[in-house]
Design a binder for this molecule. Sequence first.
Ligand code: PLP
Length: 365
Amino acid sequence: MQRLVKATIDLRALRRNFAHARRRAGRRQVWPVVKADAYGHGMLEVVRALADADGFCVADLDEGLALREAGVTQPVLVIQGAHSGAGLAAAVACGLTLGVHGPEQLALIEKDAPKLPAGSLRLWLKIETGMRRLGLEAEEALEAQDRLSALAAVAELGMMTHFACADTTDHPLTDAQITEFGMATLGAKGPTSVCNSAALLTGCYRRDTVVRPGIMLYGASPLLGRTADGLKLAPVMTLRSRVLAVKEVPAGHSVGYGAAWTASENTRIGIVAAGYGDGYPRHAPSGTPVRIGACDVHTLGRVSMDSLTVDLRLAAHVRVGDEVVLWGRGLPVDQVATAAGTIGYELLTGVSSRVPREYLGGEPG
Ligand SMILES: *Cc1c(COP(=O)(O)O)cnc(C)c1O
């Protein structure tokens, strides 16, 4: 592979973050969230590195089927559930656990359940407690529990919900969601799952039996105003490239598309082989941090598809071929995300398929 830009995935850091999640979870099961290609880190590699996880969570059925094809034997929760009879049948055939978030899915399950083998269906009802995205109202959920638990096909009936504001400590909506979930799950006997990374780290809820951490495993912070390092999370992905060119821009001349940045003095700049075609955010403004060696520099002008420009006025030693860190070790992804007006989640999941992933520490231990 000759490409200059690459994403190095440190599986040892991933396992350290997972161990941290385990400690926070206490006796609860930990089901890592590996949707969206494990937040851009490579779903199968991540799952292999976390072979001792109690289960896994994915967003959709195709992701769940891919895990079974790869030989994953733990429970796999498909958060969005099934949307057709064929999907339901495939999930049952592969022993996937299905989220149920709306009346259409309930109707589909009740229609097909008589055709399914006894004890073949694992369902987790998603309860609407305040996110207003996906979920059954508490009333609907109580009723659904009664009807579904009477079906011979149903082997497991879990209950879950998802916080809207767990990234902010003591947000009143979190308390309201906890109360609502308590009412909807009164008398429920199956597994319950509430906590994402943020809730696991703040400890705002501890009564679920399964936790679903995602972003913390990848070493980015789920909490507003808290750094990953401060939360003892290690970056897993480091996005690196190299300097393609170094040049002087005379005062008064502009740089890049739209002539969006103009030199007020003679300025040494570097062109780095990474752009929005690799998943580097095009909306990152001039001033977004970039690291070259031990030096903090920043972008200037617009990000192009295959390159971006950095200010080298304070890094005169930089030469063509020098290694550049766009985020990861030495430059937290959250810091780049904040500068670009987004979140670490979006940057990590957005790394494009053009960028080769290189894995470190592949053997668990
Ligand atoms: C994505 C997702 C998670 C993981 O959230 P993080 O903030 O990455 O920990 C947990 N639960 C549900 C329902 C999700 O969609």
